[in-house]
Write a protein that binds this ligand. Structure first.
Ligand code: YS5
Length: 302
């Protein structure tokens, strides 16, 4: 009787081995490489943020609320009865309303693009593509990967991206002060909340970013087959990882949910392109947009 039970157990064990996909050694190495690449390019202390042009928030102060009469407002609210000589501060207060967060957030995005490029270069298969394809993939996916990586700083406590101090805490209102409309920002925040709820492991998070980058259907890609090959290898690794490392209770449909996120990113990307075009035309100070940002997202004056 006892022997029978032992035998049965052994049979069950070996059956399990056959059916549960195993993480191959090569897949384990790939995951380790991606995690290391991400850690090298994502500084979770956010200590570089102080090097960006400082954030300017319309904090609800009278000068900020009254965008049409900035000079009058500053005179009424101060003991001066004359405008400062250069009257620069008044002019800045005027500009300070519409696109006041743009310089800071544009610097953050430009910085993030550089980090994404660093991450991409460490993904096996990326450097083997021709430069044109590398550029096509990066141009098309940069904003999507930035949105994905930003989930690490996003917190559901107050639906903000919190990157250290209050100065570097970004809420919907701040992004509106970079020129974006609520139409885009609401789905962006919803996306972040739903991503957060997936509670991804670091391995899954980095695989998703890599899969997003290696999308063969991006405009201008020449060697679609090579890109597809790498993407398939990444998705296979993700499936295997979920199957054997993710706790049973929450792995239900996880892969499908992650693929769905990629679809949502496409529509965020599309809406972003439209609003970006508008912002880049509105930006009176062309210096507001760093050259790398203009190169990646397009330069309307070029
Ligand atoms: C913070 C941190 O997690 C990090 C290191 C990430 O790389 C980026 C981080 C957050 C990203 C956020 C939150 C604030 C609003 C941002 C910066 C968002 C990513 C993009 C968005 C921008 C305002 C862009 C603005 C832009 C970019 C070309 O269009 C014009 C400057 C708005 C994108 C809306 C989809």
């Amino acid at each position: 009787r006892k022997k029978e039970i032992i035998m049965k157990r052994k049979l069950e064990d070996s059956a399990r081995e056959v059916h549960t996909p195993q993480l191959l050694e090569e897949q384990e190495r790939l995951i380790a490489t991606l995690i290391e690449a991400h850690r090298k390019t994502y500084d979770a202390s956010y200590s570089d943020f102080s090097q960006f042009r400082p954030p300017k928030r319309g904090d609800g102060s009278p000068e900020c609320r009254n965008a049409t009469n900035p000079f009058l407002m500053s005179l009424l609210n101060s003991d001066m009865d004359e405008l400062p000589k250069a009257s620069a501060s008044g002019a800045e207060a005027a500009a300070g309303d519409e696109l006041s967060m743009l310089p800071h957030l544009a610097d953050l995005v430009s910085y993030s693009i550089q980090k994404v490029i660093g991450f991409a270069k460490m993904i096996p298969g990326f450097k083997e593509l021709c430069t044109e394809d590398q550029i096509s993939l990066l141009k098309a996916s940069a904003i999507e990967i930035i949105i994905l990586r930003s989930n690490e700083s996003f917190t559901m406590e107050d639906n903000s991206w919190t990157c250290g101090s209050n100065e570097f805490k970004y809420q919907i209102g701040d992004v509106m002060q970079a020129g974006h409309k609520l139409e885009l920002l609401e789905p962006l925040v919803k996306f972040q909340v739903n991503m957060k709820k997936l509670d991804l492991h670091e391995a899954e998070h980095v695989l998703l970013m890599a899969i997003c980058l290696f999308s063969p259907d991006r405009p201008g890609v020449q060697d679609r087959c090579r890109v597809e090959e790498v993407q398939e290898h990444l998705t296979e690794t993700l499936r295997a990882y979920i199957a054997c490392r993710h706790p049973l209770s929450c792995k239900h449909m996880l892969y499908a949910k992650m693929v769905e996120k990629l679809t949502e990113l496409r529509s965020l990307n599309e809406e972003h392109s439209k609003q970006y075009l508008q912002i880049s035309q509105d930006a009176v100070n062309k210096e507001d947009l760093p050259p790398l940002l203009l190169e990646v997202f397009g330069n309307p004056t070029a």
